[in-house]
Design a protein around this ligand. Structure first.
Ligand SMILES: [Zn+2]
Length: 168
């Protein structure tokens, strides 16, 4: 399983490389900046838990999410998680890249729906963020698709569920 690295330097956005395990401790980023641990970007334990629970990742903006819900919620169970998140992915030329995250349990599989929200977007950097932070596998493949291919997520559910039944 991929290592979850969600703490980033507030000065340059690089990944945190070490952190003192004490109250009011400091942390250091990969570029050597020192800062108070509490100032780190994305220091959110709950977000880490949600990412770890994620079984399928779907790229969909708000409109696409609504369209998918309209198309599929009658045929498949669709339970929306009310809380959404923003995550900071990195910087390009000092300009931040953000993505928006929301979850729903669709056909009993915990799915993450995300889309980029910042003015500057780098899909390579976002891809790397997912590899490092949320990279579920299904049937030997990365469990990821975009809204156009959402049927893969639906079909994969069946495979995941059958696998659980076989293993169980
Ligand atoms: Zn830094």
């Amino acid at each position: 399983m991929s290592k979850i690295t969600l703490y980033h330097c507030p000065k340059c956005g690089a990944k945190e490389s070490c952190r003192e395990r004490r109250i009011n401790g400091n942390a250091t980023c990969e570029n050597g900046h020192k800062y108070p641990s509490k100032d780190a970007i994305g220091a959110d334990e709950h977000l880490q838990i949600e990412l770890a629970k994620t079984e399928y990742v779907v790229e969909a903006n708000s409109f696409e999410y609504l369209s998918l819900w309209k198309d599929f919620h009658e045929e498949y169970s669709w339970e929306q998680v009310s809380q959404g998140y923003g995550a900071h992915v990195g910087y390009i030329d000092g300009r931040p890249i953000f993505i928006s995250l929301r979850w729903a349990t669709v056909n009993e599989v915990y799915m993450l729906f995300w889309h980029a929200t910042s003015k500057v977007v780098d899909y390579g950097m976002i891809e790397e963020w997912f590899v490092n932070n949320c990279d579920p596998m299904a049937n030997g493949r990365h469990a990821r698709c975009d809204a156009d291919n959402f049927i893969h997520a639906i079909l994969c559910n069946g495979l995941l569920k059958r696998k659980v039944e076989q293993d169980g």
